[in-house]
Write a protein of this length. Structure first.
Length: 254
């Protein structure tokens, strides 16, 4: 009878310990996995290095860095299968802008300007004739404010935004995942020049998120760790109270 009582007392404890260790292992294993996946086998593509090597893109490089779109491009290249196409205005293109125009843009507009030069797919020189207008850029889909139209004939590729007409100058870089083409003008979207209808505050965009990241260090992984830790802590708490209850009930019954 004493033996029975002991078993009755011990069984819930064994169950609790088993369940507890299983759940703890399950909670920890997903966090461990990404660390291995991060180790790169080949040096990743770096848009800044490509433009530095080509030369004549000082202003563009500065903009890519201050908006942090360079970081976004590099990580998109790691994570996306469709590739990217980047129309790169050189320093001459920037110096032919209306004086003061670039400085008049706020951070969100500078980000939009660079995204407007990015297509979320790899487009080879022979693919331009297959694009349908307006072409979708990473600035978003607004045919009235963010239209980028491409026309091509033979080797010649022209762009119009409704504000600017530009011509594709040549291939800066291509690796079948990223294509970088020089353009002779900065592609200014109509969005900068037509009055905005009053709208709800713009949704928090990548500019803000990535800025915050740079100010506070790598915030995103930390936040993930925190939430995982909270979950494990909550589970710990749950199992401790569960165990205490079982033991109390068992003691009471005996
Ligand atoms: C491109 O624009 C130039 C003028 O800048 C024009 O002469 C040429 O015909 C255009 N080509 C195409 C394919 O639109
Ligand atoms: C772009 O092309 C579309 C479709 O052909 C046309 O409706 C639109 O007016 C064009 N926009 C510009 C700025 O050329
Ligand atoms: C762009 O080209 C079109 C003709 O293709 C012309 O009507 C328009 O005025 C040009 N715009 C600018 C800003 O040069």
């Amino acid at each position: 009878m004493v033996m029975m009582k002991r078993m009755f007392f011990a069984l819930p404890l064994v169950l609790v310990i088993c369940c507890y260790s299983t759940v703890t292992t399950l909670a920890q294993s997903p966090a461990a996995a990404p660390a291995e996946a991060l180790a790169p086998s080949t040096p990743p593509t770096d848009i800044i290095r490509i433009l530095q090597k080509a030369g004549g893109f000082t202003t563009l490089i500065h903009l890519l860095r201050t908006t942090q779109v360079s970081t976004q491009i590099n990580s998109q290249l790691i994570n996306s299968n469709g590739g990217l196409t980047f129309f790169a205005p050189n320093d001459n293109a920037f110096s032919s802008l209306k004086p003061g125009l670039l400085n008049s843009l706020n951070d969100q507009q500078k980000n939009e300007l660079i995204q407007f030069h990015l297509l979320p797919t790899f487009v080879s020189t022979t693919d331009f004739s297959t694009l349908s207008n307006p072409v979708r850029t990473q600035a978003g889909e607004n045919p009235d404010r963010l239209a980028l139209n491409v026309t091509s004939s033979g080797n010649q590729v022209n762009f119009t935004t409704g504000i600017v007409n530009a011509t594709l100058g040549g291939t800066v870089y291509t690796d079948h995942q990223l294509a970088v083409y020089q353009v002779d003008k900065v592609l200014l979207p109509r969005d900068f020049f037509v009055a905005k209808t009053p709208a709800p505050a713009p949704a928090p965009e990548k500019t803000k998120a990535s800025k915050k990241k740079s100010a506070e260090g790598p915030a995103v992984p930390a936040a993930d760790d925190d939430s995982a830790a909270v979950t494990v802590k909550q589970l710990n708490g749950m199992f401790v109270s569960f165990a205490v209850t079982i033991v109390a009930v068992a003691a009471f019954l005996l």
